[in-house]
Ligand binder design. Sequence first.
Ligand SMILES: [Zn+2]
Length: 203
Amino acid sequence: MTFITPTRQLAINIETLVSDHPVDHVDPVTKKVTHPKEIALLEQLRMEIQSGRRPGGGSGSGSRSPVALGAVTLYNEIRESLNTAYISLTGKDDHAVSPEDKLRLWQKAAVSRGDDAITKCTKITAKWIEAINELISPETKLELVGACPACGNTHHTEEVDGEPTRNRALYATLAKAECRSCGAVWTSKEDKLMLARHLEGTT
Ligand SMILES: [Zn+2]
């Protein structure tokens, strides 16, 4: 386990949002780990909005994919928050300053203010990252019924926006199955099959 300082975590979040950055990719078949570069998430969000504006099949400007509409809403929300942060830091708004630069300024101010400001900025940017990722790569998530073979839990409770939320412990995506409770992950075909057999026995 490597410990990441709050300042470092914030820097990672900002990097993910504003710059092209390497990501870990494990090939589901060969298990080979590579580090392809991913485009900055704010840029990807704008690309998603642009793709929704392209005419094609629909009836002109009136038709947008639900994903593109979601992208517009999310992008506006992020821009609005950044404008608010920028105004409270500088006392004025400036439309010539990009959301990226406003975000960097906010990061700098948070780091100079200390822990509470850093935590707040980290939490908000983490939320944006999650929301953008969910929007641009809608991965089918299957909730699995049964007990995790690693920890035995069937459910997992965690705080979401301050509210305790109860989910099933196990879920599966195209790439993997994972336990929310203990973090066990099943990625290979054999492992997933084993998990499936285990679940058939317990449900
Ligand atoms: Zn578990």
